[in-house]
Design a protein around this ligand. Structure first.
Ligand code: ADP
Length: 270
């Protein structure tokens, strides 16, 4: 069973008009349960569009998308995934705890169960003492941790994130990356993560999906072999820099050329 299966998906906006945009063409992507997969590419290459297709916030023009072996539409109805964006998107008039409880309210959970789950989630994101504060009383990093707690409150198997740390300073961002890996490890959550940052994609991911614009498509998928236990030492490891180079070359469109050249050289050497 796959967590996400995108088969031959295309998304064309304003089809047949002068404003037509071929946002995605023939995208195929399988994400396995427990995997952390990042989507990276220049602005406008269709990263958010692909994430929105998985979330069923958009319908593909052609092709299919399934989540947890269901249609994306059914998975959305069943709330099989949580979402987090660059802006934490918390409601300023609700306390931190009440923000986390929101998806549970929508699911019809009773008050005691909601409060217990919010408490559990606040422990998970290490902010238990902030339950009764309001979002505007928290730093940007804390707000983003609350947004993650809210996204995971119903224990969805899948978390979809669109540049969630894009607005944070570098130190907070690195801290949040570590926290996200810890939280997703503890909750066995599969993640599809959109980012512009090569080191962020490499640090977090099992696989980095590299995309190119006009039309938006997947050009390469880079396996990141840094093991499952990652920490601050990972950022100084040889493998980290190797993977960064591989992703950078893939973004420039040179990685495949090098691989092909090496393969040819290998044949000639024999
Ligand atoms: P990315 O997330 O990689 O920056 P997007 O997925 O947001 O890229 O956008 C891909 C392309 O689709 C861009 O050219 C963008 O302008 C276009 N696009 C996105 N959403 C819409 C929309 N609702 N209507 C028309 N064009 C859109």
């Amino acid at each position: 069973m796959s967590a996400v299966e995108v088969i031959g998906a295309s998304k064309i906006f304003n089809q047949g008009t002068t404003k037509q945009v071929d946002a995605l063409i023939d995208v195929n992507l399988t994400v396995n349960p427990g995997e952390f997969v990042s989507l990276i590419g220049p602005s406008g290459c269709g990263k958010s569009t692909l994430l929105r297709l998985i979330a069923n916030l958009l319908e593909p023009t052609s092709g299919s998308v399934s989540v947890n072996n269901k249609t994306a539409a059914q998975a959305r109805l069943d709330q099989d995934y949580g979402m987090a964006f660059q802006q934490a998107g918390l409601f300023d008039w609700r306390t931190v705890s009440k923000n986390i409880e929101l998806p549970l309210e929508l699911k019809g959970w009773d008050k005691a169960k909601r409060e217990a789950r919010a408490k559990e989630m606040l422990e998970l994101v290490k902010l238990p003492e902030f339950a009764d504060l309001y979002p505007w009383q928290l730093s940007g990093g804390m707000q983003q941790r609350i947004a993650i707690a809210r996204a995971l409150a119903a224990h969805p198997p899948l978390l979809l994130m669109d540049e969630p740390f894009g607005a944070l300073d570098e130190m907070t961002r690195e801290y949040m990356q570590g926290e996200l890996l810890r939280i997703c490890g503890e909750t066995s959550t599969t993640v599809v993560f959109v980012t512009h940052s090569i080191p962020e994609a490499v640090y977090l991911s099992n696989r980095v999906v590299v995309m190119s614009p006009r039309p938006g498509r997947i050009t390469e998928v880079i396996d990141v072999d840094l093991g499952s236990k990652r920490n601050e030492d990972t950022r100084a490891a040889d493998g980290f820099f190797k993977s960064i180079t591989a992703v950078r070359e893939a973004l420039r469109g040179t990685h495949a050329d090098h691989a092909a050249a090496n393969a040819i050289r290998g044949v000639e050497d024999r």
